[in-house]
Design a protein around this ligand. Structure first.
Ligand code: BG6
Length: 296
């Protein structure tokens, strides 16, 4: 289903019979909404988000490509998140269960202007799938279409903003005891100590060689997000906290309390593709009621 979003921007809406839904803006190839069967929003989207190039939409799931953050000479997080993608009207068939899944394929190919800042020809196909249980799957296929035999390398992230009731009641499981690079201290390498990760201050870390499953437990809302990933060894955890929140024009001063970014990524070891080669990176999100509750 095609529709017009903020500022008349084109968006695609996927719906599933039990009532869950997903909204994807062609601007950025950007998922801005994911609702469960009760109509509850599961992703954070800032009330101050700016839906206008060159600003990327603040919230949802921005795609960071071909560069994560400032790990290279391109603009922060690369350019895929502030380009207009197109819809593939005739996508290849889904391998299994095609009748049960609602999906759309978005495509990004570089413009001449893009080739001036990143001199490579590529085809990026992003498949957004809403499963029968309301699970949200994102599959990226990136192909090197350079005609001249040149390989290219890139870093990548699904920059997912999860909606949480109160950041101080949230914990993340699956990253304890792992090594990480701390963006707040010159990308120095540390090892996480102790139990599940909790939040009481700004955090901006790149966890390395992470497991394929990470859980985000929202104690207050009794909801657990489960993130499963494939082809994406790293995981970024980011919350700007109060000071950085105030410094961002497209983010409310108190909104940091209600969001957490956990980003499936490939950063430490960039992906290299020879001409004709394709890379695939997948993330699957589910939101389940959790019985976790202290004292029970
Ligand atoms: C995170 C980075 O992924 O994105 C942070 O680790 C950065 O360093 C954050 O501040 C937001 O980036 P931006 O460009 O969307 O403001």
């Amino acid at each position: 289903e095609f529709s017009k979003g903020v500022n008349g921007l084109d968006k695609v809406i996927l719906r599933e019979v039990r009532g869950s839904s997903v909204e994807i803006y062609l601007y950025g190839g950007h998922v801005t909404s994911w609702k469960n069967e009760h109509g509850e929003e599961l992703l954070f989207l800032s009330s101050k988000a700016i839906f206008k190039p060159p600003k990327a939409i603040r919230g949802g799931i921005p795609i960071c490509f071909p560069q994560f953050a400032a790990h290279g000479s391109l603009e922060q997080h690369g350019f895929a998140r502030n380009r207009f993608w197109s819809v593939d009207p005739d996508p290849p068939p889904f391998p299994i269960n095609s009748s049960d899944n609602a999906y759309v394929d978005l495509m990004l190919k570089p413009s001449e202007e893009d080739m001036k800042i990143w001199p490579h020809s590529f085809e990026f196909r992003l498949r957004v799938t809403l499963g029968p249980g309301g699970d949200l799957m994102l599959t990226s296929r990136i192909r090197n279409t350079n005609p001249d035999g040149k390989p290219f390398s890139f870093t990548f992230a699904y920059h997912t903003y999860f909606s949480v009731s109160d950041i101080s009641e949230v914990r993340v499981e699956g990253l304890e005891t792992l090594d990480y690079l701390d963006n707040l201290s010159n990308k120095e390498r540390f090892t996480e100590q102790g139990d599940a990760i909790t939040f009481e201050t700004e955090v901006d870390k790149i966890y390395l060689s992470t497991p394929t499953k990470i859980a985000i437990l929202d104690h207050e809302r009794k909801r657990t997000f489960v993130l499963r990933k494939d082809g994406l060894p790293d995981a970024v955890v980011w919350n700007p906290w109060d000071k950085k929140a105030k410094a961002m024009t497209d983010f409310g001063d108190d909104e940091y309390k209600h969001m957490l970014c956990v980003e499936a990524a490939a950063i430490e070891k960039p992906i290299t593709l020879k001409p004709g080669e394709e890379w695939k990176g997948r993330q699957e999100l589910s939101a389940v009621p959790s019985s976790y509750c202290s004292g029970q």
